[in-house]
Design a protein around this ligand. Structure first.
Ligand code: MN
Length: 534
């Protein structure tokens, strides 16, 4: 259950960890759009303001000339007109004509050449009208701002739409960008760049665009640049963002991994649990298959949390081994065993207590000293102790391992090979280890099915153990067929659910007393009682 949650958490963490990397594109797109929209609006505002300012200059100059000239086409008027042109940046010409366009006079005494590009439009809020015209030889379209004078005459001022030439405007335009000035009736006046892409765009997202108006003049300014082009300018930022996102992902991944690792088995909890003796020994009986006698037990463990939760060893044993907590854990278990089973072992001298050791115990002789310290002056004799080492992981340093084994042997304790048949051991290896007991793993016992007369792998294992002169204990015996088969093959000791699971100390002691009482004068179990080989 717990590890399922951990797996889900880990998966979630891994997915979340890649969010920054995936998000970079989206974030950068949004950022580019935000930045480039602002830039586009700035461009538009600049151009609109420029057009508006020069048009308003024209209007002001026109009004000034009219105000300063009592009548038109007089020398005073011409002087005023010329002065106004000289003072202005953009103003080119003044013209007095009748309502049909017949010219009366201008600022320089010439014919003014111009042709209209648009209808004459009113300017909201002003008395002047506005016409886009082609003026003299000027490439840039010009504004003709006109005011009626009396009922028959009209006075106009001419000025270019913008102060720069088209060429210089083009030069200032970003790659692939488009700038367009139109009248509000839709008539184009000036276009820089190619507007075809923008006009035929499929979605608005393809372009970054902005538009604005030249004050109250009916002139619209548009600017657009393809989004892809704008985005490409941020390639550096894209790379930087991606690197940062990768780092963020890596950091997040590490955090979630370490969180999951901690949540899977809280290290400090296990360490504290050992200190508080929350890791409890449970005792699984080992039964004589011939007599039904109790021959001993294997010490297994459970983590009994203070909240009443009981955690099976599978959830923490590997962790304990990897972290080295297996050593203090075994120490705590042995102390509790001495306390739990002292009386029973004294009362039953043939009782064997089997304790699981870890690979770490075979790296130095500390375990031998610990066994001496704990059991040295106890009612449990060294001869009643069996230490199990698993075959699943081969022992590393054989010199250290050998000295641990001979140290335990020297005390009188015996050594059992746990999970026999599952590892990589061979006869030679077993012989060098000096194993006294072989515990046949449950997977071989499971091979015994109703009706089978032989199980070659199991039979081979039993034969090998006998050849080595080892005692045999069968593990995981669950059915009567299995018990009978094993007994028929000469296996005398067995543990498994058919007899009892691992029991709390009180239940185990009760069972031990019950079996001893039942034994009485005659054995009751299974078959004719033969003396136990153990
Ligand atoms: Mn074991």
């Amino acid at each position: 259950m717990k590890s399922n949650i951990s797996n889900v958490l880990m998966l979630l963490g891994a997915i979340l960890a890649f969010v920054p990397i995936i998000a970079v594109d989206y974030l950068l797109d949004a950022y580019v759009l935000y930045r480039e929209r602002a830039v586009a609006q700035e461009q538009v505002d600049l151009v609109s303001a420029q057009i508006n300012a020069s048009a308003m200059d024209g209007v002001a100059a026109l009004r000034q000339v009219i105000a300063d000239s009592p009548s038109l086409c007089t020398p005073t008027f011409v002087t005023n007109a010329q002065t106004a042109i000289e003072k202005s940046v953009g103003l080119k010409q003044f013209l007095v004509e009748n309502m049909d366009g017949v010219q009366y006079c201008d600022a320089y005494g010439r014919i003014v050449t111009y042709s209209p590009l648009s209808p004459t439009l009113p300017v909201p809020g002003l008395t002047e009208t506005m016409t886009m015209v082609q003026f003299a030889g000027m490439a840039m379209p010009a504004l003709k701002l006109a005011q009626t004078f009396g009922t028959t005459r009209r006075i106009s001022a001419f000025l270019p739409l913008m102060g720069q030439s088209e060429t210089s405007l083009n030069r200032g335009l970003a790659t692939a960008a488009m700038l367009r000035v139109t009248l509000t009736n839709g008539q184009p006046v000036l276009t820089l760049g190619d507007p075809a892409g923008f006009d035929n765009r499929e979605t608005n997202e393809d372009y970054v665009s902005a538009q604005g108006y030249a004050g109250q003049f009916p002139i619209k300014v548009e600017y657009a640049v393809p989004f892809a082009v704008a985005r490409a300018r941020y390639a550096d930022l894209d790379a930087a963002f991606t690197v940062v996102a990768c780092l963020a992902s890596a950091v997040f991944l590490l955090f979630s991994l370490s969180y999951v690792r901690r949540s899977r088995v809280p290290a400090f909890d296990l360490e504290r649990a050992i200190g508080r003796s929350e890791i409890k020994p449970y005792y699984q009986p080992v039964i004589n298959l011939r007599t039904g006698e109790l021959m001993g037990c294997e010490v297994l463990c459970r983590w009994e949390k203070r909240n009443g939760e009981i955690i099976p060893p599978g959830a923490f044993i590997d962790y304990a081994e990897v972290t080295g907590l297996a050593i203090p854990m075994t120490l705590s278990l042995m102390q509790q065993v001495r306390h739990d089973l002292g009386d029973l072992c004294k009362a039953m001298p043939s009782m064997k207590v089997s304790i699981n050791l870890f690979e770490g115990h075979f790296r130095d002789a500390g375990i031998v000293e610990d066994v001496q310290a704990i059991f040295g002056n106890s009612s449990i004799d060294y001869r009643q102790l069996v230490f199990e080492l698993t075959e699943r992981r081969p022992l590393g340093n054989s010199t250290a391992a050998t000295s641990v084994i001979s140290g335990l042997h020297a005390l009188g304790a015996r050594l059992a090979l746990d999970d026999a048949g599952t590892g990589h051991s061979n006869l030679a290896y077993l012989a060098t280890l000096g194993v006294d007991v072989i515990k046949i793993d449950r997977i071989f016992v499971d091979m015994i099915k109703p009706g089978l007369t032989q199980v070659p792998v199991l039979d081979g294992l039993i034969a090998m153990a006998k050849d080595l002169g080892c005692e045999i204990v069968a593990e995981g015996v669950e059915t009567e067929e299995q018990a009978l088969y094993l007994r028929a093959r000469g296996v005398i000791q067995a543990q498994g659910y058919i007899f009892a699971p691992a029991l709390r100390v009180n239940a185990f002691k009760e069972l031990a007393r019950a079996l001893q009482a039942a034994r009485g004068p005659a054995p009751v179990q299974l078959d004719t009682a033969l003396p136990s080989a153990a």
